[in-house]
Design a protein around this ligand. Sequence first.
Ligand SMILES: Nc1nc2c(ncn2[C@@H]2O[C@H](COP(=O)(O)OP(=O)(O)O)[C@@H](O)[C@H]2O)c(=O)[nH]1
Ligand SMILES: [Mg+2]
Ligand SMILES: [Zn+2]
Length: 318
Amino acid sequence: MRDAHGPVEGPDPDAGLVLAVLAGTYLVELETQRVECSLAGRLRRGPRDRVVTGDRVTVERLGDGSARIVERRPRRTRLVRRTSHGRGIQVLAANLDRVALAFSAADPDPDPSMLDRLLVLAELSDLEALVVVNKMDLVDATSDALEPFEPVRRAGYPILPTSVRSGRGLEELRSDLTGSVTVLAGPSGTGKSSLLNALLPRAGLRVGQVSERTGRGRHTTVAARLFSLPGGGYLGDTPGLQYAGLPPVAPAALARAFPELRALSGDCRFSDCRHRAEPECAVRRAVDAGRLPDSRYRSYLALLDEVEEGGAAGRGGA
Ligand SMILES: Nc1nc2c(ncn2[C@@H]2O[C@H](COP(=O)(O)OP(=O)(O)O)[C@@H](O)[C@H]2O)c(=O)[nH]1
Ligand SMILES: [Mg+2]
Ligand SMILES: [Zn+2]
């Protein structure tokens, strides 16, 4: 019961959080319930990602019991990728705190260049990243299964070994994620749905499904879906990230998306050094001296090619 006297404080009853977008319908969590909403006409004009998972919105209840989103509130963060055609950007989710990148110790084997690409996408979206190495039960305790993740650990990213099968690391992951808004992304088959089911008893996601399959050349949903964590916060998945091209960025912004390059680039001779073959390049020097792992540098060069081909460089696209 509310106190009839004095100002009413606390959450705004019409403010909601978009948990999922499904075929033009928006699943919105309000203070006390979840409602399916449509979009007010003026929000329907313009880009298709005008309202995405994670957006904070204002909802208006209509007399017939339905509801619609009448306002999108300012975004704190945006998880972006390049649109599948063209040079624009597509927003996959808003207001995330972190991305948890799920890889597996085996089956499939780790793919360091994919990991570097996803880390760069997280950095370009201003999101924290952590790396989950799942299926640790498939490798024995003395193996060097974490070796492929060493360059990334050295770059400063947290690495958390887990196994849905044995339960290893799940408590740690759960407590780490509690209280923040995180999506899991990563290659197919690494155990993302299994991890979500283990952490969210009621999510009921299908395991072993390739959710990102395309039929007749058309992409199925790539949008993120959030579930509330028992102790607070939200966790979800975002199938769209693993095939993602980088959004158009300037080469300098790409270099800043690698923490270890960021730390070195001030020491290059040229302030606009792209760290390829320029003289007196501090990054090259670090690679040659073994201080910067080859794999990270190769990933940078591959992504630099992609960014330059995308036309962002020198055309004001940044
Ligand atoms: N051995 C082992 N298998 C796992 C583990 N986690 C998931 N799997 C299996 O890996 C396959 C792919 O899992 P899924 O959750 O669908 O992966 P997703 O494509 O990333 O969502 C399924 O057969 C799961 O049973 C794990 O920790 N250990
Ligand atoms: Mg899955
Ligand atoms: Zn350089």
